[in-house]
Ligand binder design. Sequence first.
Ligand SMILES: Nc1ncnc2c1ncn2[C@@H]1O[C@H](COP(=O)(O)OP(=O)(O)OP(=O)(O)O)[C@@H](O)[C@H]1O
Length: 739
Amino acid sequence: MGSGASVSEASRPERQEAGQAEAEPGQPSTPAGRSDATLQETVAEGEEVSLDFESFLHNNGTLYSCFNHHGNRVYVDESQNLQPFPKEWYSQGHFLTPNNESSGQAHAPASSQPAVREDDRTGSIYIQGKGTVMTYMFEERVNVCRFWDPHSGVWLLLPLQWEINVEFVKARVQRVMSTLPGLVDQKEITAALRQCNYDPEEVISVYLTMFGEILLQASAGGNHNYADLNSFRALLERDRVIEDLRQKLQTKEKEVDNLFQRNSYLAREVRYLSEVVQHLNQKLAELEADQQEAREKIRSLLNRRAPAVPPAKTITKPAVDTDQLRQVSRLTRELNVSNKQLRSTVHQALTDMKNQLEELKGAAGKLTQVEQEAAGEVEELRSLYRKEAVERKSLYNKLLELQGNIRVFCRCRKTTASSSCLEKTDDQEVVVVQKGSKKKFQFDKVYSQTSTQEDVFAGTLPVITSCVDGYNVCILAYGQTGSGKTYTMMGSKENPGVNIRSIRELLRICAEKEKVSYTLKISMLEIYNDSLNDLLTKSASAALDIRVQGKSVSVPGLTQIQVQTEADILNVMEMGEKNRKIASTKLNTQSSRSHLVVALEVEGSDEVSGLTSRGTLTLCDLAGSERISKTEAEGQRLVEAAAINKSLTALGQVFSALKCNALHVPFRNSKLTHLLQPCLSGDAKCCVFVNVSPDVSDAVETLSTLQFGSTIRQVSLGKATQNIVLAKTTRLRSKPRRR
Ligand SMILES: Nc1ncnc2c1ncn2[C@@H]1O[C@H](COP(=O)(O)OP(=O)(O)OP(=O)(O)O)[C@@H](O)[C@H]1O
């Protein structure tokens, strides 16, 4: 395999091996052995032929075979014709050379020296999370660390644990560890370095590809990320085990099906043979009756042979002569013989059938036993599958727990103003500049003004999976009026926000799990002036109340609608939006004066394991916090503002109590916190967006919003479990209606 090999006597066998037709001087041919005008154009008659065989990997994943003759490049298209190599392709892919593939460096430009490829070296493999990828077996030289053994007089391979102490290796291990603080096992890194020819850059890129940016985060405890990594690895391993088990289960189910079919075939056979036996018995009975009848006839003939002859003068001829008698006697003998033969034939047939029946019965018995064993195995596999699925769920949960059950993101609203009170220093830090002083805040992620709705949604993706696994998941948007909460949560029709995207993702995950059937129910309410309004009913119903029963929080009388598709959900949400009270303030004419809560209950029942899970995705667009003095609100608006501020203060108090693991968490101080209790405690998972305005005039509100977000970030729901009364499920249920 050489780069840019020419067609010469020396290289001919290699070329033929690669499935290419030979090209004689002046008579170029295509790989299929056909002459081709395109290639002929590139080779003048009598000219010495010098062809380069190349492989070009297009960015769309297609691998093309190309020929290069004195700089004229052609490629083999799908129909095996040669086509001129398009110029624009040089920037849309790269030629495969041993160098650009093995070093892990960026792809060499397409115009660089290509390589001859051997087709049996290519292949593909399925990698979890990446799908099917192309593989290529490269032949390359590698560094090997050996030591001189004076006794044997040869260079021996240095064991891994000694190799770690060799300066050359040590420096590279340190280089990898300083870039990926999440990696702590030096032996593992040394082994990886061996695999990558002691190239630390390649090791780093391999780890990043396998485990993502989790490795980039250094943790205070030192092995926090290591635990993350192990959890992630264990998760991948579980996925593999589950897949194996699923396949085994399928095979066993097929075997059981086959056994069922064979069993029913044998049962049919037994039925058929029984019918044959019955028929033969009938025939035998008929023959015996015939024989009896014949005997009767003979007897009556014999009786008639010697009648009492009255004395007469004239001697009359007897009625039966001796010939006749002889004939009858012969007939009788023959009948007896055939009767005997028939008996023995029938007897033989009956014995055969009896044997056959016995055999069949034995086979059926064995089949039933095998069937029972297979059913036992299937049951065992089922329970293993169930166990693996539960363990996988708990591992995933553990991974999320390690990352924190509450994740806080900061999003800066877009502005047209030239000056801004916000500076984003890195992905996790934002600085507020107010009257010359600077204050830093850290979040799980900071989204700048230029971040897209897709970027913002990506942060919430991991927790959505938990909802399908049966956990309570909550996504909240907090911030001052006009800071972009509704834009983040709802977005526009063309550019939807977290609400629609998370529902879409949820539906996608549900559809992917073929063996689990899901029921989805949606409810929508607003908390206006500390009272709950059902948004999915047109009738002006009485104010709703919150009921706590054991560990669950419910809203009796709240409308819940069963939905199946994204369109169903959009229709329901549109109806709810129409019923929502929107009023204007001096700050924002479209300002929301109520908290909007959309709850999607996901109930899944696993056909294989028989387990049922119930999770709830709660999407909450909080009303804007504001300074009453700034808005100059009066009358009804003043009441609204006071109610909003009161409930947001209660929310802050809840987070503060959770933060310090207080014995009492004041969930009941407002309807908002009371309703959200199951999403803020126990093993619930929560994403909070703190939306901030970059306007200099909003600096005070921005500071207080970021302060609020900072407090939430220090809360770990898992730790608070033992100190508070928890409710696991939010059941916003009653009056279920089908659409
Ligand atoms: N990231 C952004 N990109 C573009 N426009 C934005 C962005 N964030 C907010 N906006 C726009 O700013 C305006 C106010 O945003 P939005 O209504 O979402 O604020 P809000 O915090 O929900 O306000 P309120 O609490 O008063 O309801 C809207 O016109 C919205 O389209």
